[in-house]
Design a protein. Structure first.
Length: 120
């Protein structure tokens, strides 16, 4: 099954959870795409700083606080992912409702925990 994951809010800083998640996703042989504010690479994953028309995204895992998510609602919905993961600190009931209306499932969970417990 395709598990291509878009890490949304990717950071070049190795101590950031988005950076750690990219590395763990790669360790689990999951195809990773990344969007962030600064261009660069984490391992072999280039961080895009412009919004691309990605295809076949299974999961969007969020690392942006709810206020910063607002400008990306339509974009994320347009990608038609199977699910969106709201990592700790990204919980957003307003966005949950929009995802439900568009038949996109969501989880309030931690990507790192899901990977570590084979629930990803």
């Amino acid at each position: 099954m395709n598990k291509t994951t878009l890490v949304f809010g990717a950071s070049l800083k190795p101590e950031r959870y988005s950076n750690i998640a990219i590395n763990r996703l790669l360790d689990n042989e999951i195809e990773v795409l990344a969007y962030g504010m600064k261009k660069g690479a984490i391992e072999k994953v280039e961080i895009d700083t412009d919004l691309k028309d990605y295809k076949n995204i299974d999961t969007v895992t969020l690392y942006l606080n709810p206020k910063r998510q607002e400008e990306y609602y339509s974009y994320i919905i347009s990608l038609k992912p199977r699910r969106v993961i709201f990592n700790p600190g990204t919980e957003n009931p307003e966005f949950y409702s929009m995802l439900k209306e568009n038949n996109i499932t969501f989880e309030v969970a931690c990507t790192l925990v899901l990977l570590a417990t084979n629930q990803y």
